[in-house]
Ligand binder design. Structure first.
Ligand code: FAD
Length: 403
C-alpha cells in the first residue's frame, strides 16, 4: 500500500492529510509533529488565548477522533531527524520510516535575540508555539513591566494583550516606523495612535542594545539611544525564518525557504512542501507567505497534486490581525505600490487602498469588512477601483464589482 508521510503537524500538515482523505486517497498516511499537542491554530496565541479568553481545546484544528476516524497515524512529540531521498525514508532518531511520497510542512522558527545581549535570560519570550505562550502567560499581569522588541504584527498584538491586562508596555522598533516592512505609513500611523491611546509607549528608530539580568532572569534593558528601562519580561517579535534544516540536509533546493514548483513539488520528485516553509512561483517571481490562508490553500493544492491533479497553486493572499477592538483585514500584497488612497469611515473605521500604476494591488481595512471584501474580490479578479469612488466615503463600493 502506498504510504504518504507528512512532516510537521501544524496548520498546513493537518489540512494536507484531511484533503488527501477527502479526495479519496486510501493508502497509509503518517503525520509526524515535534510538538506534543494536536495540530492547532497559532493566531489566537498572540490574541484571545494569551488574553486568557480562549480555551486550549478551541485551538485544536480538528478533534483527536478525526485522525483516528480517517486512519491518519498521528505521531506527536516526535521530531524527524533526517530524510534519505534516495532510500525514500525518514528518521526519527534510530527509527526508519519508508515513504512513497513525502510532504514537508515544517513551518518556521522565530528569530531570537543573541545570548551575547541577554537573549538567553529567563523572562525573554518568543511567541511561536503553544509552549512559548504558556511559559509567558503567568508574567502578563497587572502592574508588570514589559519590553516588546519589534513592531510587526506579532509584537503589536502582544502589546495589545499586555496593555489590556494592565501591563506597562514599552515597544521598540529599530526601523523608522512600526509595520514598515509590511504596510504604508498610513497604517503605521493608525496603529501607533491606537496603541498610544491604550498607554503603550512606542519608540521608533530605537533598537535594543542589551538586556540586563539578575540570577539569570531579565530585569532591565538598555536601548540604542542609551536610555535604560526596568523590565519584568521581554517579548521578542523580530520575524521568523523558514524551517528548512531537514530539506537542506536532504539536499533539496532552497530559495527563501524550500523551493517548489507551481504544483508544490520540491527539487526531488517525491517530496512536496507547503506553508510557511515553502517558496513558490507567484506572478513573475517567487514568494513565501506566512499566513493561515496560505498554509491551508497551499496544503490542499499539494494534497491534490500528490494524487495527480496537476493543478498549479495560485495564491490569493489575505491576512488579518486583531488589536484591542480593531480588526485589520488585508487583501493582496502591497509590494511595489506607488499610491495609497484613504477611505475614511466613522470612528476607528478606515481603509487604505494601495495602487501600482493605477492598478489596485492591496487593501488594509480596519473595522471595515465591506471595504475588505470588495477590495479582495477586485484584486483576485485582477480588476482595479476608481480612486475617486474609493476616496468618497459616501460612495457605495459594491458597484465597483460590476465595473
Ligand atoms: P506551523 O503551523 O508552524 O506548523 C509547523 C509544525 O511543524 C510545527 O508544529 C513544528 O513543530 C513542526 N515541525 C517542524 N520541524 C519538524 C520536524 N523535524 N519533525 C516534526 N515536526 C516538525 N496568520 C494569519 O493568517 N493571521 C494571523 O492573525 C496570524 N497570527 C499569528 C500569530 C502568531 C503568534 C503566530 C506564531 C503566527 C500567526 N500567523 C497568522 C501565521 C500562521 O499561524 C502561520 O503562517 C501558519 O501556522 C503556518 O502553518 P504551517 O503549517 O506552515 O506551520
Amino acid at each position: 500500500m502506498s504510504h504518504i508521510v507528512v512532516i510537521g503537524a501544524g496548520q498546513a500538515g493537518s489540512s494536507l492529510v484531511a484533503r488527501l482523505r477527502k479526495d479519496g486517497f486510501d493508502g497509509e498516511i503518517s503525520l509526524i509533529g515535534a510538538e506534543p499537542v494536536l495540530p492547532y491554530q497559532r493566531p489566537p496565541l498572540s490574541k484571545a488565548y494569551l488574553l486568557g479568553e480562549m480555551e486550549l481545546e478551541r485551538l485544536f484544528l480538528r478533534p483527536e477522533s478525526f485522525y483516528a476516524d480517517n486512519a491518519v497515524a498521528l505521531r506527536l512529540g516526535q521530531r524527524v531527524t533526517g530524510i534519505d531521498p534516495r532510500a525514500k525514508t525518514v528518521n526519527i532518531g534510530d527509527e526508519v520510516i519508508s515513504y512513497d511520497q513525502l510532504a514537508l510542512t515544517t513551518g518556521s522558527h522565530p528569530r531570537r535575540l543573541p545570548a551575547a545581549i541577554g537573549g538567553d535570560l529567563a523572562g525573554v519570550h518568543v511567541v511561536r508555539d503553544l509552549a512559548d505562550v504558556d511559559a509567558m502567560a503567568p508574567a502578563v499581569i497587572q502592574g508588570a513591566r514589559a519590553l516588546i522588541v519589534g513592531g510587526g504584527y506579532i509584537g503589536l498584538e502582544a502589546a495589545a494583550v499586555c496593555a489590556k491586562r494592565g501591563v506597562k508596555v514599552t515597544l521598540v522598533e529599530m526601523a523608522d516606523r512600526i509595520l514598515q516592512r509590511v504596510a504604508a505609513p498610513e497604517t503605521s500611523d493608525y496603529f501607533r495612535t491606537l496603541h498610544g491611546s491604550h498607554g503603550v509607549d512606542i519608540r521608533e528608530g530605537v533598537g535594543l542594545d542589551r538586556l540586563t539580568g539578575e540570577d539569570g532572569a531579565v530585569n532591565g534593558a538598555v536601548l540604542s539611544d542609551g536610555s535604560a528601562l526596568d523590565v519584568d519580561f521581554v517579548v521578542v517579535g523580530v520575524g521568523i525564518a523558514p524551517a528548512t534544516e531537514l530539506a537542506e540536509m536532504a539536499g533539496l533546493e532552497l530559495e527563501n525557504g524550500i523551493r517548489t514548483d507551481a504544483l508544490g513539488r520540491t527539487s526531488d520528485p517525491h517530496i512536496w512542501a507547503a506553508g510557511d516553509c515553502a517558496s513558490f512561483p507567484y506572478k513573475d517571481g517567487r514568494i513565501r507567505l506566512e499566513s493561515v490562508p496560505n498554509a491551508i490553500d497551499q496544503a490542499e493544492a499539494v494534497a491534490q497534486n500528490m494524487l495527480g491533479a496537476g493543478k498549479d497553486y495560485v495564491a490569493t493572499p489575505w491576512f488579518w490581525s486583531d488589536q484591542y477592538d480593531v480588526k485589520l483585514q488585508i487583501a493582496g500584497l502591497n509590494s511595489g505600490y506607488d499610491r495609497v488612497v484613504t477611505r475614511a469611515g466613522e470612528g476607528q473605521t478606515v481603509s487604505f487602498w494601495y495602487y501600482a500604476a493605477d492598478q489596485l494591488i492591496a487593501v488594509d481595512a480596519m473595522n471595515d469588512p465591506r471595504a475588505y471584501m470588495v477590495g479582495k474580490r477586485l484584486i483576485d479578479a485582477g480588476k482595479t477601483a476608481d480612486p475617486d469612488i474609493v476616496a468618497n466615503p459616501d460612495a457605495d463600493l459594491k458597484p465597483l464589482l460590476k465595473a
